[in-house]
Every structure is written in structure tokens, then in C-alpha cells.
Ligand binder design. Structure first.
Ligand SMILES: Nc1ncnc2c1ncn2[C@@H]1O[C@H](COP(=O)(O)OP(=O)(O)OP(=O)(O)O)[C@@H](O)[C@H]1O
Length: 709
């Protein structure tokens, strides 16, 4: 460890005490109407008895055993002394749960409050619940959380866990973030676009608040695995505090040989460990997405029927899962039963799932990337960074010693990139740039740790202009439409769809569709009942494509009296449809606040597709060849086929023009969630973009021919 940095604390391998059970406390909200948040979410929290009921004395003992606790006085001195500092400590050492409490116990926040940002909602929610339990208070009072579509805080809240996205939205309303006296930017190593932008916003806010002699703002940047030098440099050589020691050791194992199929390797490892590990050892397996999780889940359930060892409960954990379902992972399993959590990287940082003793790391992650020259967005499955692998391993040593089984060789680990590539250099920036402009910042000169490629900023500005959100890309100003777009916590392309919908008389349908598209896959295709599931799906299928098919599903779901049963019979995912239902309510409330009239286009579904195109005009694809299956070229020049799960995959003849929601790169590039459009619509609904395509020859001339509609 570099000796030029301050080092606090000593190695601490002391076990957490099991303590004596003294007093049972409840964390449910007594009077939700006092809170300024969403009551549905509060109810979901109150339902999680396993999380909210715990033992005060146990918690006190656990706190005392954490490395942060041992050095709390010196740490507080550093916090008082420095306006900005970087805090590095091992995973599980107590940074996220303890630092805000230490600050609050000393009332260092004064009249302001303490914000702790998290890249992921599940972390923000569970951390807030844990800290509320440790402080013996109700969630939503002194300790609260705020994530997209759920605000569980009140005027009394002093310690607020929130996603970086929500913090960014707060910065639109108040760029100086005046309500906070402490902002803790946690999991800095993740380098999400939102956190990267927040680094700049808090830096500027701190400076301006100083100059204007307002309430001072203290900033703490935290992580276990970050690239310290670039942060230190960015924050004007601020002090870096290293916390030594970890709560519990984690033994790392690598495979001796390379595996071709990581899902199969995961399945074998799970059952090897299952037959040899004690029943109270739960497993956490890292996979790349919902489909993989569901496939492995059904395989585990099948094999478990014939396997020896304790009973198994399998719990999925991925971003699209409704909050209440995500929290099921924290539910205690009865004695003699093993919990196996199958998660994406949303469980990689910050979260503690108490009984997890074994982490099985496939070493892969699904990442969104963006080709700046072509504007094509892609989802790509690739190896995770070393920092991510350390974080994953760190989930095993939280409440006792643990082990991490990496399904890749040590040589493979050594060859991986040490840190995550910042999202800002590989992702679309339109959403972020829109929020920056709305907060009064100049996107081209905004101070970022790693500035994105200039062409990426310019491409995003151009997209915002073509969406009608800004005027004058060189000196961007928000339009009235752009201002309205910022009211929606969704991508500007989808906000544009909703805002255009009254013009096409289809806000009713557009709300449903945007809500379903915000959710994960609604179709459930169990491997052993695939044929039957596909047959049932036919009753919803529209030859216009996947979007209308999804709309048919959602409409039928809304009408079904016994929703769970109905979903089961129709091979649909009840969780994802319920999530879409909630999202629709929230989006509808925003539309009502903006005085938008909700009308339906009825059977005139062309209107709805045109409306979709008004936001997703960059997602057109043109038929190029039909030899060996239809091949399309996207407006950005990428070649792709139709995803086999889509309803247009086997449609003959192949439609000449399509609108797609996603370009997915797995083994081959695929267009996902696709609808048939008439080529001329593009020119009608997005004339500027169509002209640009004509100039760059990335669309057929047929789009400029007169239409019959
Ligand atoms: N929900 C929970 N249930 C049980 N124990 C918990 C819970 N949350 C936190 N803990 C305990 O508190 C410890 C510290 O957690 P905390 O999140 O503060 O660590 P951290 O240093 O921020 O870790 P990371 O870098 O992984 O985010 C954990 O190791 C665990 O012992």
C-alpha cells in the first residue's frame, strides 16, 4: 500500500457476535401519509418482515466488529478537517453503512442532511433498511431512500440513500444541492455516467457554495477498488484515507482450465458445492441477464429433484424485477434449506445478503455500448473487470468467512482490464446531456474525470436537437418540449414518444407500451414447455410486430381478474407485467401533471407505430438480403438479423422497413422487439433525421416517395 496516503486502523478478523436477543424492533412506517413518497413502495418495504425485524443488540455488536468502527474517532477528525476526501476500504469494512451514521451521531450535518449515492436501486433500498435498523428507527423517517419511481423519505430524513440517477434529477431542480451538507458518492469505481457527472456537479456546487458563503458542502468519495490517482488529481489533490482490515476473509478459487460454456460450468459448480457444503451456506451466482437467470433457475429446480443435500430455494435478482421481488432475496430460509441467489451485476457492489458464504463468479457481464460514429447501441456480453471480480468476491465475506469460486483461470483474471471502462466513454449520453443543460451547465465544457469522445457529445446533441429537446447545438438551449422531457425519469427518446402521443391520438396505448418496454421480458418460455408456450403466445401475436403484440399482452393483463393465475396459464411473467403496470401509473401521473389528454387510437395502430417512430427514429432498419434468412441494415450501418424470439422472424415476405427497440450483440447481432413500418413514415415524423440519412446514404430513397396513407 502506498505510504504517502494516510492509513487508519488495524487488521480485524474478529467474528461478529451472535449476541443475545434483547428487543425486537419494527421498521414499518406507521403513518405513510406523512411521507412525501410513493405509498406502494412503502407498503412493499413494510411487507419485508425478515428485513425489518431484527435485534438491536445483535446489530450493535456487529457494528462494533467492523473495521470502520475501530477507527471512528480518527475518521471523524479527518471528516471534520477536510471538505473533500477519498475513502478506500475493503468490501464489507463498513464504509457505506457506518460513515453516514458516524457523521449523524455527531450531528456534523447541522441543518443540512447526508446523501449517500448508489449506482443501483436495490443497494440504495437495502442499505437504507439496514441503517434504519441499526439506528433503531423507522424507514422513511431519519433514514430514507429514493430510487426511480419510489421516494421513501420525509422532512425528518437526515440520512438518505439514493441512486445516482435520482441525485442527478435533484440537481436539475437545484444545481447547488443546498439541502445537503454531506454528499457521499459511493462505489466510485463503477464509473456509471450518472456518478461521473455527479463528481462534476458536487465539485462545482461545493465551489459556488463557498463563494456565496452558503452552507458548506462536504464531499466523500468511497470505494474498495477505485483508481485513486485519477480521482485525487480531479479533486485537487484531496486527501486519500485508507482503511485497513476487512470484516471476514474470503478465499478465492480459480478453475484450472478454461470453460467454453460458463452457464454449464456454473450449474456443475453449484451442485458440487451443494453436496459438500453445510445447509446454512447460501450461494450467490453472478450471471449476465434475466434470460440466463431463468434458464439456470429452471435447470437447478429440475436437477434438485434428484440431487442429495439440503432443500434448495432459488431466488432471482436482476434490475427488471419489481422491488418487492428483489427484496425476497433477503428473506431468511428455514433451517435446513439452502438459498441460491442468481443475480446480475446489480448484486455486485454495496449489497449484503447475510447468509451468502459462496460466490460463484462466471466472470461475465452484459454491458451497453454505443458506437459513436454510427449511433448504434449494443448490448454485449463480455468479461468483467478485475475490480468487478473483487467486488463480486466481496459479497461472500460479509457476515462470516466465505469463498469465491471464479469460473475462469487465474491467467484469464490477470489478463482482464483492472477497472471498469467508464460508462461515459461507451454509452449514449443524450439523457445525461439533457439533464446537464436543464441544470444550466454547458455540456461541451463540463468538467469530467474522463471526458467522453467529442464526437459522442456532438452526436448526442444532434439527437437531442432532432428530438426537438434543444435548439442550437453549438450553444444548446432547452426547448419547451425539452423541459417537459426532463419531467419523465426515462430516456428522452421514450419521453418524446409520450409527449408526441396526443398528436397521434394514442397516449393511452403509448403509456402502456413505454411501460412494458421499461420492464424486462414479459414472456415466460420454460425449456420443457416451449412448444406449448409458443402456441399460447399466438393469441396475442400481431403481424404488425412485437410492439403491438406486447400491447395486446398488456391490455389483456390489465383486464384479467386473477392476474397471477392468468399469467401462469398464458406463460407470461407476472412480476414483469406488474412492474409495467406500476410504471404506467407513474408515467400517467406525470402526463396528467403536464395537462396531457389521454386518448386512444383504437384500431388505428399505424398511429401508434408512427408515434413510436417519433422517438425511436434512429432505430430504423432496411431489408438488404433474404438469402439464408432476412438481413437488415440499420440506419447506423450495422448489419443484423431478426431475433428468433420476435414475432416477425418467420414472416414472409420479409418487410422492407422495420423499427426496432434494441440491437443486441450476443453471438450474432440481432434486432430485438421489432415492428413493421412504412418507409415513408420516417420522413413524415422525423424530417431532419431523414434528410441527414439521405445525405449519408444510410436509408433507401423510397422513404421520400409519396405515401398512400
Ligand atoms: N442487510 C444486511 N444484513 C446483515 N448484515 C449487514 C447488512 N448490511 C450490512 N451488513 C453488515 O455490515 C457490514 C458492512 O457493510 P457496508 O455495506 O457498510 O460495507 P462497505 O465497506 O460499504 O462494503 P462495500 O465496499 O462492499 O460496499 C457488512 O459486511 C455486514 O457485516
Amino acid at each position: 500500500m502506498d505510504s504517502k496516503y494516510a492509513v487508519l486502523g488495524k487488521e480485524n478478523n474478529k467474528k461478529n457476535s451472535n449476541g443475545i436477543k434483547v428487543k425486537r424492533i419494527k421498521l414499518c412506517v406507521e403513518n405513510p401519509s406523512k411521507l412525501n413518497g410513493n405509498h406502494v413502495a412503502i407498503q412493499q418495504v413494510a411487507d419485508q418482515r425478515d428485513i425489518k425485524e431484527t435485534f438491536v443488540e445483535d446489530l450493535r455488536e456487529t457494528r462494533k466488529s467492523l473495521p470502520v468502527y475501530a477507527v471512528r474517532n480518527r475518521l471523524l477528525e479527518e471528516i471534520k478537517k477536510n471538505n473533500t476526501m477519498i475513502l478506500i476500504g475493503e468490501t464489507g469494512s463498513g464504509k457505506t453503512t457506518q460513515v453516514p451514521q458516524l457523521i449523524h451521531e455527531q450531528r456534523l450535518e447541522g441543518s443540512g442532511s447526508i446523501a449517500v449515492t448508489q449506482p443501483r436501486r436495490v443497494a440504495a433500498i437495502t442499505l437504507a433498511m439496514r441503517v434504519a435498523a441499526e439506528m433503531n428507527t423507522e424507514i422513511g423517517s431519519i433514514v430514507g431512500y429514493c430510487v426511480r419511481f419510489e421516494d421513501v423519505t420525509s422532512v425528518r430524513t437526515k440520512v438518505k440513500y439514493l441512486t445516482d440517477g435520482m441525485m442527478l434529477r435533484e440537481a436539475v431542480a437545484d444545481p447547488l444541492l443546498k439541502r445537503y451538507s454531506f454528499i457521499i458518492l459511493d462505489e466510485a469505481h463503477e464509473r456509471t455516467v450518472n456518478t461521473d457527472v455527479l463528481f462534476g456537479i458536487v465539485k462545482l456546487a461545493q465551489k459556488e457554495r463557498n463563494e456565496k458563503k452558503l452552507l458548506p458542502l462536504k464531499v466523500i468519495i468511497m470505494s474498495a477498488t477505485m483508481d485513486v490517482d485519477s480521482f485525487k488529481n480531479y479533486y485537487d489533490e484531496c486527501p486519500v484515507i485508507y482503511l485497513e482490515g476487512r470484516a471476514h476473509p474470503v478465499t478465492i478459487y480459480h478453475t484450472k482450465m478454461k470453460h467454453e460454456d460458463y452457464q454449464y460450468a456454473a450449474l456443475c459448480t453449484i451442485f458440487q458445492l451443494h453436496t459438500t457444503s453445510p445447509a446454512n451456506h447460501d450461494f450467490l451466482v453472478f450471471l449476465t441477464g434475466q434470460e440466463e437467470i431463468e434458464t439456470l433457475m429452471s435447470n437447478i429446480k429440475q436437477i434438485a429433484k434428484e440431487s442429495s443435500g439440503p432443500l434448495i430455494r432459488v431466488c432471482p435478482l436482476y434490475a427488471g424485477l419489481p422491488a418487492a421481488k428483489q427484496l425476497q432475496v433477503w428473506k431468511k430460509t428455514p433451517p435446513g434449506m439452502r438459498k441460491i441467489v442468481l443475480a446480475t451485476n446489480i448484486a455486485e457492489a454495496s449489497v449484503t445478503i447475510p447468509q451468502i458464504k459462496c460466490v460463484i463468479d462466471t466472470g461475465f457481464v452484459k454491458e451497453r455500448t454505443w458506437c459513436t460514429s454510427t449511433g448504434a447501441e449494443r448490448l454485449r456480453v463480455g468479461p468483467c473487470s478485475q475490480a468487478a471480480a473483487w467486488q463480486r468476491a466481496g459479497r461472500a465475506g460479509r457476515t462470516a468467512r466465505g469463498a469465491a469460486y471464479r469460473l475462469y483461470t487465474e491467467t484469464d483474471f490477470g489478463a482482464r482490464k483492472p477497472h471498469n471502462v467508464p460508462e461515459i466513454v461507451r454509452c449514449p449520453l443524450a439523457s445525461t446531456i439533457l439533464l446537464l443543460i436543464a441544470s444550466g451547465f454547458e455540456p461541451l465544457t463540463f468538467p469530467l474525470i474522463d471526458p467522453p469522445p467529442e464526437e459522442s457529445v456532438k452526436a448526442s446533441l444532434l439527437l437531442l436537437k432532432e428530438l426537438g429537446a434543444i435548439e442550437n447545438e453549438a450553444n444548446p438551449k432547452l426547448t419547451v418540449l425539452g423541459k417537459k422531457m426532463t419531467a419523465f425519469p426515462i430516456d428522452p427518446k421514450y419521453a418524446k414518444i409520450l409527449l408526441s402521443a396526443p398528436e397521434f391520438d394514442c397516449l393511452d396505448e403509448a403509456l402502456s407500451l413505454v411501460a412494458v418496454l421499461s420492464s424486462e421480458n414479459v414472456f415466460h418460455m420454460p425449456i420443457h414447455k416451449r412448444e406449448e408456450a409458443l402456441k399460447v403466445k399466438q393469441k396475442f401475436v400481431s403481424t404488425l410486430g412485437d410492439h403491438i403484440t406486447l400491447l395486446n399482452v398488456f391490455k389483456a393483463f390489465c383486464k384479467a381478474p386473477l392476474k397471477k393465475q392468468w399469467c401462469k396459464e398464458n406463460y407470461l411473467n407476472h412480476k414483469n407485467l406488474s412492474y409495467a403496470f406500476d410504471v404506467r401509473q407513474q408515467l400517467l401521473a406525470i402526463c396528467q401533471r403536464l395537462n396531457m389528454t389521454v386518448t386512444s387510437c383504437g384500431a388505428a395502430l399505424d398511429q401508434l407505430l408512427k408515434c413510436l417512430l417519433s422517438g425511436l427514429f434512429t432505430n430504423c432498419a432496411w431489408l438488404r438480403s433474404v438469402v439464408g434468412g432476412a438481413r437488415y441494415a440499420t440506419g447506423s450501418g450495422a448489419a443484423a438479423g431478426l431475433h428468433p424470439a420476435g414475432v416477425l422472424h418467420s414472416l414472409r415476405p420479409a418487410p422492407p422497413a422495420l423499427l426496432y427497440t434494441e440491437l443486441l450483440h450476443t453471438r450474432r447481432p440481432y434486432l430485438v422487439t421489432v415492428s413493421v413500418i412504412q418507409p415513408q413514415w420516417l420522413h413524415q415524423v422525423a424530417p431532419d433525421y431523414a434528410r441527414r440519412c439521405r445525405a449519408t446514404r444510410t436509408c433507401p430513397e423510397s422513404i421520400f416517395k409519396p405515401t398512400d396513407t
